[in-house]
Design a protein around this ligand. Sequence first.
Ligand code: GRF
Length: 195
Amino acid sequence: MSFSLAVFISGTGSNLNALIQHINEGQLKAKISVVVSDHEDAAGLAYAKQAQIPFLTLPQGLKRQEFDAQLIQSLSGFDFDLVVLAGFMRILGADFIQYVGGRIINIHPSLLPKYPGLNTYQKVLSSEDRYHGCTIHWVTAKLDAGPIIQQVSFAIEATDDLSSLKRKTQALEHQTYWQAIELIRLKKSLPPLVD
Ligand code: GRF
């Protein structure tokens, strides 16, 4: 039986593209049943269109509860085993996390618990850190604080700046996200219990 994903994006969608490539290459044994964007003009929707994956967009300006309610309604026609946040910039509420039974993961551009939230590259550059990287974690009601599934680091070089850190981190993200999804498909990582 196939393992299916709902992938949520807001922007460029390079992680969505990497997941599509890893599925096409047979490394990630899953299918993407729907792509969701909170911006109708998100550049990453082009990857969904190109791969003929159904997608849906939600109106902007909704409050969290309204947004979550519309999202739940829009998703009701789709089957998926896991929600994969891939650069999705909205915070989803406890109702949504409960709706998906805690089966929701996120990729974050830092070595959590260091630097939750935005501007991770600026934060790491103004620190004494020797390493940076990315973290894939289960999503809980607390921002960027759910149990870690996988984390990958690289050594920061003296010459690194914002753009090189972003390039290196995103290259690692593209190599890593599909592996975490495979761990979940194989039940080697289980979602936290939700109330
Ligand atoms: C990624 O770096 C991810 O870690 C963060 O947002 C970025 C999204 O990039 N949450 P993309 O849209 O996948 O290109």
